[in-house]
Design a binder for this molecule. Structure first.
Ligand code: HEC
Length: 313
């Protein structure tokens, strides 16, 4: 090889190696917690809870011990109607508190201070559970512990809530992790033309305290970070999860009909074999319409998964 070319090559290599070493050495010195939590980060960590992957409290990933997202229309203590419905996150007795409660320094300095001083987030008792909400002070979001500030208890809030007011977002995220949705879907629109279809790419402060983030790495299917904003139809989600080919004829997405479980909303046994036989007849042109998708039971896995999908705004 010509000596001059060798020297140019060696210098280029040196610059690249030096650059990457600088990044390797500088990155650990950056404190990611200095990123201030955004509204989105607080919503994600409060709705999903401490940890929605595998953990000792839910070893089989059944969606147990997770918080509930509840819409409150009237003060559960006095019964007086609220000026506008409020979203609260109910941590019933035994549910692991969100990261914000155990490690408020993860929220970023300004949100941490407000959450501790105004939101009383440090004053929780795992034995009784707690009710949280997201409040704002001059546009800065913070976590408010309503059990400490208004003495709203999980039991009181749940006693007043109807099933329609409750979203099992935390359990739904566990389903998302367990079922491997991240194998095809990302939760990370990129800084490219992506945002035109999938919505805004997230900021650094959008993930504080979220575990796991479930970004995904290899996208084979639409990004889902904002899916609830572009598609808020529970019926569409139902059809699509039971068998994606009912609404997207060429979809490669697997069917997740087994998440309906044994029984439908009315308590009748779901006959999967019959359904599939009728669906095959429909595909072969022997039936005019596909068989009807069973309505799901309120405590089914699919209900939680759809609640989680619709919460992704
Ligand atoms: C084998 C890859 C694959 C897996 C695994 C998969 N999906 Fe999909 N998904 C797709 C593809 C491809 C599409 C686009 C076509 C369609 O709508 O079916 C899609 C579409 C969707 C949509 C509609 C997106 C939109 O933009 O409206 C939702 C919601 C969705 N998937 C949720 C899920 C969830 C939740 C899981 C896990 C339970 C999952 N998917 C697992 C491939 C997959």
């Amino acid at each position: 090889m010509n000596f001059r070319e060798y020297k140019v090559g060696a210098r280029m290599f040196g610059i690249c190696l030096g650059g990457s070493m600088c990044i390797t050495l500088l990155m650990p010195s950056y404190d990611f917690r200095s990123a201030t939590s955004t509204d989105m980060a607080l919503r994600k960590q409060l709705s999903a809870g401490w940890e929605t992957g595998w953990n000792v409290q839910d070893p089989l990933m059944l969606g147990h011990n997770k918080p509930l997202t509840v819409t409150v229309k009237a003060d559960p203590k006095t019964g007086a109607a609220l000026p506008e419905p409020m979203t609260v996150f109910v941590y019933e007795k035994g549910v692991h508190m969100p990261n914000a409660a155990d490690h408020p320094d993860n929220l970023g300095a300004s949100v941490e201070k407000l959450s501790l001083d105004k939101g009383h987030i440090g004053e929780f008792d795992s034995a009784t559970g707690a009710v949280y909400t997201i409040d704002h002070d001059n546009g800065v979001p913070y976590v408010e512990n309503l059990t400490a500030t208004k003495s709203w208890t999980p039991d009181e809030v749940m006693a007043k809530a109807s099933d329609l007011d409750v979203a099992h977002v935390g359990a739904g995220k566990t389903m998302f992790v367990r079922e491997g949705c991240w194998w095809c879907h990302t939760l990370l629109p990129e800084e490219t033309q992506d945002w035109q279809v999938f919505g805004a790419p997230p900021y650094l402060g959008d993930f504080n305290g979220e575990s796991p983030t479930a970004f995904g790495s290899d996208r084979k299917a639409p990004d889902l970070l904002h899916v609830g904003s572009r598609n808020s139809s529970r019926e569409w989600m139902m059809l699509h999860f039971f068998n994606p080919r009912l609404v997207q004829p060429h979809s490669i997405m697997p069917r997740f009909d087994y998440l309906w479980g044994e029984k439908d909303a009315k308590g009748n046994k779901i006959d999967y074999d019959k359904w599939r036989a009728e669906y095959t007849e429909y595909r072969e042109g022997k039936r005019e319409n596909p068989p009807e998708v069973p309505s799901y039971a309120p405590n089914s896995d699919i209900r939680a998964l759809i609640d989680f999908m619709l919460s992704l705004k």
